[in-house]
Design a protein around this ligand. Sequence first.
Ligand SMILES: Nc1ncnc2c1ncn2[C@@H]1O[C@H](COP(=O)(O)OP(=O)(O)OP(=O)(O)O)[C@@H](O)[C@H]1O
Ligand SMILES: [Mg+2]
Length: 310
Amino acid sequence: MHPTTPAISFQNVSKTYRGGRVRALDGVSFDIQPGEFFGLLGPNGAGKTSLISILAGLARASGGAVKVLGHDVVDDYAAARKALGIVPQELVFDPFFSVRETLRIQSGYFGVQNNEAWIDELLENLGLADKAHANMRQLSGGMKRRVLVAQALVHRPPVIVLDEPTAGVDVELRQTLWQFIARLNREGHTVLLTTHYLEEAEALCQRIAMLKLGRIVALDSTSALLKGTASTMLRFKTDSALPISLLEQSRVTGRIVQIKAHDAAEVETILGTLRAAACPIEDLEIGRADLEDVFIEMMQREEEHQGAAA
Ligand SMILES: Nc1ncnc2c1ncn2[C@@H]1O[C@H](COP(=O)(O)OP(=O)(O)OP(=O)(O)O)[C@@H](O)[C@H]1O
Ligand SMILES: [Mg+2]
């Protein structure tokens, strides 16, 4: 069988800053296939934006190679860049142009002519139609982010890369944005997404890579990641302190407690322990672990790993 060219290929990518004192990426290798909706997750400082900057040609890798549809991002920069639509994490724009002018200029940059119909469609789908003539500096933060998304898509790139596109974006736009991106994905566009909203990643991504301290610590289909960890979670509210014996497996956020259980017997044991300690609980729910649970477990596992290695 003829193997297809990956949409994005990272081969042993490393990146150091400040003369080698900061190691942001440490031998990252994985491929994203054409048509995939792929999630790249990781805590602050994990190296997500560094990886995307190298992909976009905005930064140079210290080692390794990155290709977009077979085009090396250094040796074949123009072809690689043209295949990509990148929504950057940082808001950068020229304040003197209107929204429509910004999109026309970006079209010109990629040599796309007669693009008005597609620009109208982008404005419409991103809720910017009534802002087409507004100057960029007059827009709110969330609206500027919408323009960044439109700008990334203006040349209909086959590979779409979104670095936290929904940071600071309201609920309504988040939904319209995801509908639009999901449509483009159905039409064949490859999508690489980073986000701290794990429920978005769970809902949208077919495969997910988790990055920590510049290394891939998990990479699998979303469903396999969800199956691979303790599958049951108890969630409840309490105003009391938890029994010490439960602390290690619990996650407490304000009044909300989440406790991991491996099976039904363990659920009974946990509830028995709470009752014996006279710990009052409200709004008890027993459900499946979600991606956030998997993420936290992966990050902890990695820390134990590091601890053991040290
Ligand atoms: N220009 C730079 N100079 C020095 N260090 C940098 C630079 N850019 C990033 N770093 C460092 O590289 C590491 C990875 O940063 P990066 O921005 O890639 O993380 P991230 O996963 O995108 O985080 P976040 O979720 O906060 O966006 C961090 O330790 C960061 O401080
Ligand atoms: Mg980042």
